[in-house]
Ligand binder design. Sequence first.
Ligand SMILES: Cc1cc2nc3c(=O)[nH]c(=O)nc-3n(C[C@H](O)[C@H](O)[C@H](O)COP(=O)(O)OP(=O)(O)OC[C@H]3O[C@@H](n4cnc5c(N)ncnc54)[C@H](O)[C@@H]3O)c2cc1C
Ligand SMILES: *[C@@H]1O[C@H](CO)[C@@H](O)[C@H](O)[C@H]1NC(C)=O
Ligand SMILES: *[C@@H]1O[C@H](CO)[C@@H](O)[C@H](O)[C@H]1NC(C)=O
Ligand SMILES: *[C@@H]1O[C@H](CO)[C@@H](O)[C@H](O)[C@H]1NC(C)=O
Ligand SMILES: *[C@@H]1O[C@H](CO)[C@@H](O)[C@H](O)[C@H]1NC(C)=O
Length: 499
Amino acid sequence: MLVYKVFYIILLAFHGAASSHDSDSTAQSPSTTACVNACADLRDEFGSRLHHPGNGNFNVWDGKQQEVQSACRVEPSTAEDVSKILAALVHHWCPFAVKSGGHAQNADDSVSVGGVTIDLNLINHIEVAQDQQTVDVGSGSTIYDIYHSLEVFNLTAIGARVADVGIGGFALGGGISNLAPKYGLAVDNILQYEVCLETSGAEHFVPLPLYLTYQIRQIVLPNATIVYVNENQHPDLYFALRGGMNNFGIVTQFTMGAFHQPKGLISQTDKIFSLTQKDAVTDEAFQLTTAWKNDTDMAFYYFFSYNSIADHFVLAFSEIYTQPILEPAPFEGLRQIPYESKTARIERMSTLSLEAASRTPSGNRNLFATVAYYPSARMDRHIMEIIEEEIEPVRKMAGFLSNVMFQPLYENVVRAGRERGGNALGIEAKGPLTVCILSATWSSRQDDDAVSSFVQRWIQRANSATTQAGVHHDWIYMSTTPIISKIRFQDMGNTTRKA
Ligand SMILES: Cc1cc2nc3c(=O)[nH]c(=O)nc-3n(C[C@H](O)[C@H](O)[C@H](O)COP(=O)(O)OP(=O)(O)OC[C@H]3O[C@@H](n4cnc5c(N)ncnc54)[C@H](O)[C@@H]3O)c2cc1C
Ligand SMILES: *[C@@H]1O[C@H](CO)[C@@H](O)[C@H](O)[C@H]1NC(C)=O
Ligand SMILES: *[C@@H]1O[C@H](CO)[C@@H](O)[C@H](O)[C@H]1NC(C)=O
Ligand SMILES: *[C@@H]1O[C@H](CO)[C@@H](O)[C@H](O)[C@H]1NC(C)=O
Ligand SMILES: *[C@@H]1O[C@H](CO)[C@@H](O)[C@H](O)[C@H]1NC(C)=O
């Protein structure tokens, strides 16, 4: 079966994927002549949809990415536009980055350092199929657009919790949602991709990680093709796209499963607990992750957060139920624990996502890191202690916020992946997992290195703690971990399934 050859290439792109995640690329690197020429060509074709010099006004979340200077930013509105752009970029051999919701954190992730930024924001159509089983979503759509458009039909799709996250990065990197306990991750609920890629006119495609295609770029021919990728057509690429991020082409449209959700209503109760309740709350989280996994309407996450202005930690818990029911059975145990404050409501997912977005404003500098382990209340507490210790050198920093978020990943997630024939995320587990995500937010560039070391120390200590306790699981949730995503990029060659 291994008759495929390396015909298919996406090429150069992304500033050379092998090195682009090694950080330290200066955000100010000057545009090359090649890119200046590419932008000039694109101006003829795209007119006012070409922003040059620089990026013009646009939505990008992280302060580090906002500082980036691209040679130009272009806004395609169709897959054909994307294909023309790719052809021009290949012709001039100019590197580029692709932006959907712009929530990535590192320069060059979705705003090109010195190259061309392909901003998908105008590709934002949302069309429900006649049978209402699926929805076609333009890859520049935000999560809010999707929820809001589907609510009219009493439908929903697998989206993030935050309104302004883009479907592009969310759905290519994994996609954890409140509906994950029921349906699995976003990657496993995408039935078809419309993808724009570079080919040499071959009939078969072998998805290759960009860092490999880079080495064989000589054979790339300058034409771009639009292909439809699903379980039957280009199955290798279908496998690779589900978790492969931007390594395999530019996705212009996702065909996603649509699910019945009257008016998009769910129930969400947010509580703040005193730290004296830490033991009771972590024990209850363990119960919800293990004993209550039978109720797939239930989802939850909780935070241990530090705020430099208040100079203290708080424990915040969000109870979610994907039916319009306040106080559902699984949270009975949690209701026995005295809390400091509480907000309970039955609300549309679109509205809840806007609330969440208002708590995560753009313009700050951010880093994420993650560790996964088999559920253990003691480990949750240990990870909180690690933060309390490691935060010392950074806690006084301007605008510093940090939190560790704990959420379950139930077996349905693993099962949904398996049912689609596996995916490039490589999650296998013999029970539910706890996914723990550290986020650090700060405001000044001069603190970048200190925060980065803080995050690195946390990863090291969290990994060694989970390993020593025998609960470690080596799944890394890539979407939230640019800081270590290069590990995944290098693994990618080995997770690519051969036909
Ligand atoms: C505030 C906040 C809340 C979040 N909430 C959640 C959550 O609830 N659940 C969850 O699972 N994750 C969540 N995330 C993580 C989020 O899913 C990832 O950061 C995701 O990559 C962001 O996607 P984006 O399109 O907004 O970002 P972008 O920066 O536009 O894209 C991210 C990466 O994907 C690539 N990419 C985007 N679109 C395409 C495309 N069409 N074709 C090829 N490559 C593409 C980009 O090149 C870039 O490398 C959250 C992140 C933040 C910052
Ligand atoms: C959506 O569901 C509500 C009740 O839950 C119903 O009244 C309404 O007619 C439904 N709308 C559509 C478009 O089916
Ligand atoms: C791409 O270019 C090659 C060589 O010029 C050509 O043979 C092939 O048909 C082209 N493919 C498409 C899809 O245009
Ligand atoms: C689910 O598990 C909980 C806790 O073990 C139990 O009380 C409940 O009855 C179970 N629910 C169902 C529907 O099986
Ligand atoms: C795949 O794994 C093998 C063995 O672990 C390793 O030698 C090789 O370099 C890996 N290939 C890629 C492309 O990472």
